[in-house]
Every structure is written in C-alpha cells, then in structure tokens.
Design a protein around this ligand. Sequence first.
Ligand code: ADP
Ligand code: MG
Length: 611
Amino acid sequence: MNKFELLGLNDALLQAIKDMGFESPSEVQEKAIPILLQEDTDMVALAQTGTGKTAAFGFPLIQKIDVNSRKTQGLILSPTRELCLQITNELKNYSKYFKGLNTVAIYGGASITDQATQIKKGAQIIVATPGRMQDMVNRRLVDISAIQYCILDEADEMLNMGFYEDITEILSHTPKEKSTWLFSATMPKEVSTIAKKFMRTPVEITVGTKNMGTSNVSHEYYVVNARDRYAALKRLSDANPDIFSVIFCRTKRDTQKVAEQLIEDGYNAAALHGDLSQNQRDLVMKSFRARQIQMLVATDVAARGIDVDDITHVINYQLPDEIETYTHRSGRTGRAGKSGVSMVIVSKSEARKIKGIERIIGQAFERKDIPDGREICEVQLFHLANEISKTEINHEIDKYLPSIAELFEGLTKEELLKKFFSVEFTRFFNYYNNAQDLNAKGSTEVYEDEGDSTRFFINVGAKDDFDWMSLKDFLKATLDLGRDDVNRVEVKDSFSFFNVDSSKAEDVIKIFQDFKHNGRHINVEITKKSAGKERSGGRKGGGGFKGRDKGERSFDKPSRGGDKGRRRSSDAPSGGRRSSSDAGSGGRQGKKSGGRNSSIESSIKRRRSKK
Ligand code: ADP
Ligand code: MG
C-alpha cells in the first residue's frame, strides 16, 4: 500500500499525487495530513522551507471542500504575489480530479475587477496576499463570512513584512467557528502571539529543529563620521565582491540619492521606493532577481515585498526610526537556511542605539572596522584570481593564441601573471592608495574594550563551503574554544579572517601547524594584533597605504592565493563587477530596458573603472 493511502487521502487525490510523481509523503505531510483529515482542529506546524508544507495543508483542504457548494470555504493567506501564484498552481495540480473545484489567486499589482469576476464565478478556495485581500474585503468584493478553513502560510514572513494588522482585520471578517492552520518555517515571538490570539488549543507539529528566526544572520556595526557614510558604503561593497544586497535608507530622497551616486560610481545599483510606478518597481525587482542589480537601495515600505533568497548582505545605510523595523530589514537576508550579514553604518552619536536593538533582537552585534585600502585590494585581487581559475577555456581563442603568445615571448610565467593581474589590481590600488581611515576616532564604544585580541588569516573560505557560522564552528571545535572565544569571523572566497584572544594566539598557530582539512594543508597566520582599540602593525611594508593599517600585511604571501585555479566570467574590459549568473549570457548586459528611469537603465550598466 502506498504511504499516501495510509494517511487517509481519497482516490482522486491519490491519482493526482501519482501524476505528480510524489512517491512518499514528507515528514510534515505525514504528521499533519491524518490529523487535519480526521479532526476539525486548529494547528501550528513548523517546518523549514522546501519541506512540502503546501501539500500538508493542501491535500486535506481539498478533500474537505464541498464541491457542490460554490461558496468560499477555504482562505489561504500568503506573503507575496509569487507565493500566491505558486500555491494556486500546486492546488490546481492536486485537485485536477475534483470536478467543479475552483481555486482563485488574489494579489496586488493586477486588476482587482478581474479578480472579483473570477471570485463571482465561484471560488471554493481563495489564495491571497493580506494587502489585496483586505482591500477586497473592504470593497465587499469577496465574502469570507462562511469559510471553514483559514490557512496562514509562511506566517513568519507575513509578519516580518508588516502584515499583522491586515491579517487581524481579515480574520475579523471570518466566522468564529472555523479551523485555523498556521504554517511557518520559524516561530518568532510575533507568530506565537498570533497563534495565541486567533487559535484555540492548536495541535502543534514541529519538523526538524525549531529555527529561531534570524539566528543565522550575524549583525555588525561600523562607526564613521556622518560625512563618510557614503564612502563607507562603497568600501563595504568593494570588500565583498560577490555582494548581493539591499541597502536601507530612511527616506525616498536619500534612497534615490544614494542609488544615483552608486550608479554614477559604476556600481550595479538601483533605487526602489514609492515614487516609482508599479511598472518601474516591477522592472527593478526583475533585474534584482536576475542579479543584474547587486545593490538595491530601498525604503522600508518599498522593500516589504522583497522575497528574494540568497541576499548576502543587508546594509543599514541609516538606522530606522523604529527599532522594530530593524528586524524586518535584517530578515531580508539569512533566508532558506543560508547565513547572512546585517551591517549598520552609524555615526558616533547613533552608536548607543545599537544596545537597544540588541535587546529587541536578542542577539549581540559585533563592532567592526571599515576595511582599509589594502584589505580591499587583497580581496579584489584574490576574487579575480578565483574567477579566472574557475573560467572554462573558450577554444575560439585558440586561433588568436599564436599572435598573443608572440607578444609575451620571453616573459616568465611569474612576469606574465604580474602583468595580467596588474590590469585590474592597479585600478583598485590607485583608487585606494592613500585612502583614509574611515573609522571614527574617539570614544564611540558601546561596549567595554574587547581586550587583547589577535587577528588571524586562514587559507579556507567560501569555496571550501564555509560560511561564517560553519567556519566559527569548525574553529571552535578544532581549537577547543568556547562560543565567544572565536570572533570577528569573516569569510572571503578563498581565505578568511578570525580573532582569538591573544593569550591563545600561540596555541592557535601550534594547532594548525601541519593541519589538514579535507586533504588540504591549512595555513594560519597572524595578520594583526589589537590591544583594545590600539592597533600595532609591525609587518613589513609595501604599497604605501596611508592610515594606521600601513604595512600590516604584505601582498607576497604565497599561501594567500587561490592556488587551485579560478576564473572569472566577466567580459568587462575595466573589470566590471557582475554576478556569476550573468556569465555567458552575453546579451543581457547590453539589453536596454528602454525606460526613461535612470535607475532601471543603470542596472544593466557595467561597473565603470571610474570610482
Ligand atoms: P514549503 O512550503 O515547505 O517551502 P513546498 O510546499 O513549496 O515547500 O514544496 C517544495 C517542493 O517539493 C514543491 O516543488 C513540491 O511540489 C515538492 N513536494 C512536496 N511534497 C512532496 C513529496 N511528498 N514528494 C516529492 N515532492 C514533493
Ligand atoms: Mg511554502
């Protein structure tokens, strides 16, 4: 007997399940479906993204619907238009053998009258975003006074996006006697509040470990003089060549200004705010999803609808007025099981606000320094080296090779490498040579001094499948250190940095001597020591960087390189920064959107060498 049959699903559903090729139920389906079929009960189900929650509520819902009545019996609320459409599609697949069952999607940005017409024809199930639903309820275009099932899907996301009031309003139009099923990946406080308020002794189901909301987001802050805010933003971006980020400003005006400035400086940036038309916003979001935009500068309101996974960084260019808003901002990253970083740029006078935020989010911030010119040059150089070594050779090049080779006759491999990398390196070097230290001086500490700490370089990074969390775990385990003894873990492509208390520095070096990880020799070196806030440099100079970091690190460390071969997909003559998803899709960057909106056109502009 098929495992789905055991759950109590009827033939029409079993046939559809067979057609879809589902072989056995997922854990959340196995736990939820029998209960929901047999009882009229409220339920809270927690399971990670991608565990099949849609079918967990979809199958029992469909089986329980009375197809002979055309009344709306089930309402599913879901955070975004995309998710609404996805759920509606899934439900249509599940119910293809249920003659007369209609599922209608209701969401913003499309004609409300068309949607109303579809509902009038009879929709037993409505899948809606809270905003549009609320609108239609108010205009009496839907009747949800007799629904028996209400499903809050991705409840954490809906609340994260500020839909609490809409949801409350909508629920007040539904009958008291109904079943409410809440599905969520995480259970932050707001979700349990909703559960308490709207549900009666719900059955609770948890699959896997409970995920505590934004715990896979690390929080960092940088203290700069107010006038250096923009320069600091650029450095943070340059120090993270693969950045895919949302940058939050407080006002529409600042949002537009910062985006324009970034575009002017050659970054793949665009603005998203309420002064753009829906059509313009859609275009911006489309480019962002396609990764043609790496830095999306947005207001809080406009960013509400952003449901893009893989955002690596959220940057708070300015802190929000309400501390709660910070949670919504940082929740844009660290999604779908990935880790993310939320950065805050503050002026000295704002630095004290960090403590208040820590209390609300229940997580500590790490104070970091705006990277200096040398660090950025290094990161960019190794990023390029990685990209190059990853590049597939295009054999169209073969026929030109003799003439090219002739040009370089007589150069050793080393000379050739130096020349080749100087093309890109010099660009950053010239820009950042003599670059100032942007970190604000004076008493800006919101914590006590961190004591005497040593910063290490280690030759593993993202390409070894580390992120800051897993590297921290790895270091803690290997060094036999506690949770707070390894900090400031920063993972780059092929290498990383971390801090350990100076008293343990010698041990660290010892442990990593002749240490192998996955068959690779691990190289760990001290990059700098810091006693409290004082930095003592002390390595041999090179490059003439001004500022207090002068001479701390040299470029000629053989260990520091991607010896493994990487390549770069970009065809940009001036080293344009583009995402790997652009690789090989030659035409895309050149395609003009034709719109008049500069922020959209800019998204396809390459990063120019001007900075
Ligand atoms: P969630 O809502 O938990 O993030 P979804 O309901 O969107 O997950 O399901 C993720 C994917 O898994 C969908 O493509 C869905 O069709 C598929 N899926 C769901 N249940 C099963 C199953 N029992 N067997 C195989 N695939 C499934
Ligand atoms: Mg889902």
